[in-house]
Ligand binder design. Structure first.
Ligand code: AMP
Ligand code: FE
Ligand code: FE
Ligand code: ZN
Length: 284
């Protein structure tokens, strides 16, 4: 069984439609794929409708959160949430708030770039980005404007948290997010917690505190983790009684990683499912 529990479609900052994504998963030889767009469940129904036969879909999301950094200051953290009830009113309202934060923040960044002549028409970039606007949408616009050669190059400087165009957004406090997803019948997995290329890292003792709030698992194998990061996540998970996942974090053409590049052990998926009561997995 080949299982990839982290992927993004055009419902957030990937380039495959949800239908194309589940078909790409089948072509790559996967048996199970999770759709985990940032802060939205908007791609779920299309993915279900297009699910190839015998492919299992785990409906999920990647939530934008704030944790305590190793230096004690706030740090952006991503929390994967699976099989929660999308109608839970508290969680649905928080997702809506996060999307509003996203659009306002990308608009502010686009206008700053336009002031410096980098983007000719910032409003059209915001419009094209849609309701889950993210920095990859700005990156593609910068590539199209000929400012940078690749999406990746846009992140090294122009879109970096240390860069002059960066605007922060007000994300959900990590423990609140874990509690909210758990209350909605879902289970949480801390995403790429050691991805230092993205910026500062989450304090490891903050990870331990999340266990009391209901954290379910840690993502170990991930394109932004090296062998030592994977070992650390696996050791921590074993010590804290959490399950371990491995995933590609596929974003279509916005990243160089193919779907199924890293995978999750079937026993971990079983544990994940056993901890949920929101929605069920769907089998095509
Ligand atoms: P945002 O959600 O607006 O904070 O943007 C973060 C997103 O940018 C992540 O979810 C990734 O999809 C993408 N990203 C971050 N770093 C890079 C990078 N170096 N190259 C390509 N995409 C990146
Ligand atoms: Fe992303
Ligand atoms: Fe992420
Ligand atoms: Zn992701």
């Amino acid at each position: 069984m080949r299982i990839d529990l982290h992927s993004h479609s055009t419902a957030s900052d990937g380039t495959d439609t949800p239908a194309d994504l589940v078909r790409a998963a089948a072509t790559a030889g996967l048996d199970v794929v999770a759709l985990t767009d940032h802060d939205t469940t908007a791609g779920w129904d299309e993915a279900v409708a297009a699910l190839p036969s015998r492919m299992t879909l785990v409906r999920g999301m990647e939530m934008s959160c704030t944790g305590r950094g190793e230096d004690g200051h706030p740090v952006a953290v991503h929390l994967l949430a699976y099989l929660f009830d999308p109608a839970d009113p508290v969680f649905a309202a928080e997702r809506e708030r996060l999307r509003t934060e996203r659009v306002g923040r990308i608009r502010a960044m686009a206008y700053r770039m336009a002031e410096d002549g980098l983007l000719p028409d910032p409003e059209s970039v915001v419009e094209a980005a849609g309701p889950v606007a993210g920095r990859p949408h700005l990156a593609r616009a910068l590539v199209e404007a000929g400012v940078v050669p690749t999406v990746g190059a846009a992140f090294t400087d122009l879109l970096s948290p240390r860069g002059r165009y960066y605007v922060p957004k007000d994300d959900t406090a990590l423990e609140d997010a874990v509690r909210m997803v758990t209350a909605a019948g879902g289970v949480t997995v801390l995403a790429h917690a050691r991805a230092r290329a993205r910026g500062r890292l989450l304090a490891l003792d903050h990870v331990e505190e999340l266990v009391d709030h209901g954290l379910g698992g840690l993502e170990a194998e991930h394109p932004d983790h090296d062998a030592a990061d994977v070992r650390l996540m696996r050791d921590m998970a074993a010590n804290l009684g959490l399950f371990v996942t491995g995933s590609s974090d596929y974003h279509g053409a916005n990243k160089d990683i193919g779907i199924g590049r890293f995978t999750t052990h079937p026993a971990a998926l079983e544990e994940l499912i056993a901890r949920t009561s929101g929605v069920e997995v769907v089998v095509g």
